[in-house]
Each structure stands twice: as structure tokens, then as C-alpha cells.
Write a protein that binds this ligand. Structure first.
Ligand SMILES: [Zn+2]
Length: 362
């Protein structure tokens, strides 16, 4: 039987300048007792606004500053608080680690979860999965949930005040969404959630790419000056919603495998999104994209400051490229969603060509 096509997303998505001032108004239906799992900077950026939204409400709010990773130990600690304090809803306030911890806590405790991303750097807020680590910091597993978060709320002013490098990295992660989705649908691969890909999912992925192209550089100018404009709002929506919900409902392909291959080198520090952006260029080479399409995407990377060469990712030796190519092609990697079976040899060649074109056209 053919896979059933399915579409999933957060039940509620709220975005705009000063959105947090409406936190209680928008989310209050979830209950009276709240646990906020905050990163240090997330707490500073959001606490006062969230509190203001509650006015003189007698609801219970507990803020936990969270310094770690989304490890089993941290999740167990938060779960204990949920039980002891009879919490109704868990709220993530911060970046990827806070988001993954809050999602897992709410899932195990059977409570509502709200995500308040304080950077627009990855797909984490809207997706229905978490990356879970062991207590020693090593990777444990992807934890897949039956649904996506109850709600996601983005205060555009908070994003405007975060470092612009996060916004650029988020655009890199978002850049992969359309091309990886297109590759997956060409081969009728399942979505990231394991269901058939819908036309709706593909439409979001396409809109994500168009939005990046139309508003990327303008949004950077806004963010550099800490102001919210329609262009910045467009890019926040592209990075957080269109890319997150898009990726969840289409699938990843070579661009994300390139990232996974790169992490196997260890000790690298390039942001996830920057690696995915270069990985998208590599994927286009693998797919035999025309000069026109390749240069179009490459031109966008240059325009917004995403890498077009390996040197910009800190990769300097031929041996490193071979290691990346080998590890990006292990069984189970999303690169196998591409038509035909990509071998490490073919991937190595594509990486070298994408890098050469990056050096040549710079
Ligand atoms: Zn990603």
C-alpha cells in the first residue's frame, strides 16, 4: 500500500513585535500553572514581557534557568517539577536546547507545550521531534512525537535584538528546505515524519525559498539595527515556520547529510545553517542542476553572507572532504532520498566542484 499523505504543524502560531505582551491572552486557555524552561539569555529577553502579559492574574508561574543540553537527566529534573508543582503547561524560552528539553518534558508528562524561540536560527521550534543527549553530552537519539508543539510564539523584537549571525544561519537552514523537499518528492520518499508528502508541505517549502530570496538582505539590514520591519517579519516566518513546518512535512536530502558528515569530523564550529547552505550547493551539483540555477542559489548565499566555499566552514584538507563524503552516505542518511544511489565517490566529486565554483565566482 502507498504511504498515507499527512500534514502536521503547531496548532497555533503567533508572531510579531511585542507578541509576548499577549502571552496570557493567546495561551491562557492551556491552564493556570506554568513552567518556563529558559536559557539564560532567553530569560533576560522575555521574562518581564511575559510577566506583564499576566497582569494581576493569580496564575502560578515558575521560571527555571536552564544551562545545559537536552539530556535525559535535565528532562527528568523538569518532569519532577511538573509533577510536584502540578504544572499545566511547559514553555520553552530560548534556543534549541531549551526547546528540545521543554518538548520532551511536556511529552513525557502529558502536558501542553509552548515554544518561544529567542533566535531564528533553526527549524527546532515548529517540528515534532527533539534531539536527546546522554548526560555525558553524547548524542542519544531523535525523539519523535505524535504531534507538533501546541503553540509557537515569536516576538519579532526579541529576534531583532539577537545577533544577526543567528538570523543568517536560520536562512541557511531554511535554504535547504525547498531543494531537499523537491528531491524527496521526485523519488516519492516519505516525509521527515514518515508519511507521504502533501502538496501543502511542498507549497510551504517553495514559499520558504521565495521569501528568502525576496527579503533576506533587507531583513539583515533591519536586524543589524535592532528594528522590526515587514522584511524582518517575513524572514522570521520563513526561518521559524515555513522552514520548520516545511521540513517536517517534506524531507531532508543531501544538504542535511552534508551537515551530518561534517559533524563527524568533530571539533568544527560552523553553525548548522551555514553547513546546510553549502550542502544545498553540493546537492545541486549532485542533481546536475543547470548553471543558471546553481549560480542563482550561490548568488543568494553571497548576498546574505552564507558560505560558498569549504574554507569558510573551516574545511581545509582533502582528507576531511573524504571523511565528510563517507559519513554523509552511511545507510539511513537522507542523502539517499536523492534519485539514484549516491556513493561517497560521487559526493566527494560534488563537494569539490561546489567549492571550486565558490572560489571561481567570488
Ligand atoms: Zn536543519
Amino acid at each position: 500500500m502507498k504511504l498515507l499523505r499527512a500534514m502536521r504543524e503547531p496548532l497555533k502560531y503567533v508572531q510579531g513585535k511585542g507578541a509576548l505582551l499577549k502571552f496570557e491572552e493567546e495561551m491562557g486557555y492551556m491552564g493556570k500553572r506554568w513552567l518556563f524552561v529558559c536559557s539564560n539569555s532567553g530569560y533576560k529577553a522575555c521574562h518581564d514581557k511575559i510577566e506583564q502579559s499576566f497582569g494581576d492574574s493569580d496564575s502560578y508561574r515558575r521560571y527555571e534557568i536552564f544551562g545545559g543540553i537536552s539530556s535525559k537527566g535535565e528532562i527528568a529534573k523538569m518532569q519532577e517539577i511538573v509533577e510536584k508543582d502540578a504544572i499545566d503547561a511547559v514553555v520553552a524560552v530560548g534556543g534549541g536546547s531549551a526547546v528540545d528539553t521543554a518538548k520532551a518534558t511536556a511529552f513525557y508528562a502529558g502536558k501542553h507545550v509552548v515554544v518561544i524561540p529567542t533566535v531564528a536560527a533553526t527549524d527546532a521550534p515548529c517540528t515534532g521531534l527533539s534531539v536527546i543527549y546522554n548526560d555525558d553530552g553524547s548524542f542519544d537519539k531523535y525523539l519523535f512525537y505524535p504531534t507538533n508543539p501546541d503553540a509557537v510564539m515569536v516576538d519579532s523584537q526579541v529576534i531583532a535584538e539577537a545577533p544577526v549571525s543567528f538570523l543568517v544561519a536560520g536562512m541557511g537552514d531554511a535554504l535547504g528546505t525547498y531543494f531537499e523537499g523537491r528531491a524527496s518528492i521526485r523519488t516519492e520518499s516519505p516525509s521527515l515524519e514518515g508519511t507521504g508528502i502533501t502538496r501543502a508541505g511542498m507549497a510551504l517549502a517553495k514559499l520558504c525559498y521565495e521569501t528568502l530570496r525576496n527579503y533576506g538582505s533587507q531583513a539583515i539590514a533591519a536586524c543589524e539595527n535592532n528594528v522590526v520591519t515587514p522584511a524582518l517579519d517575513a524572514i522570521i516566518e520563513a526561518n521559524v515556520y515555513l522552514s520548520g513546518v516545511g521540513a517536517d512535512n517534506v524531507n531532508c536530502a543531501a544538504a542535511h547529510s552534508f551537515y551530518n558528515g561534517l559533524t563527524s569530523l568533530g571539533g568544527h564550529s560552523a553553525p548548522h545553517g551555514s553547513c546546510v547552505a553549502f550542502g544545498t550547493l553540493v546537492q545541486l551539483v549532485l542533481e546536475g542542476a543547470t548553471k543558471e540555477e546553481f549560480e542563482d542559489v550561490q548568488g543568494f548565499c553571497r548576498e546574505v553572507g552564507l558560505p560558498t566555499t569549504l574554507a569558510e566552514l573551516g574545511i581545509t584538507t582533502d582528507e576531511q572532504i573524504h571523511t565528510i563524503a563517507k559519513n554523509a552516505c552511511v545507510p539511513g542518511e537522507t542523502i539517499h532520498n536523492l534519485a539514484g544511489d549516491v556513493t561517497p565517490d560521487e559526493l566527494y566529486a560534488a563537494i569539490v566542484q561546489a567549492d571550486a565554483l565558490g572560489k571561481a565566482n567570488s
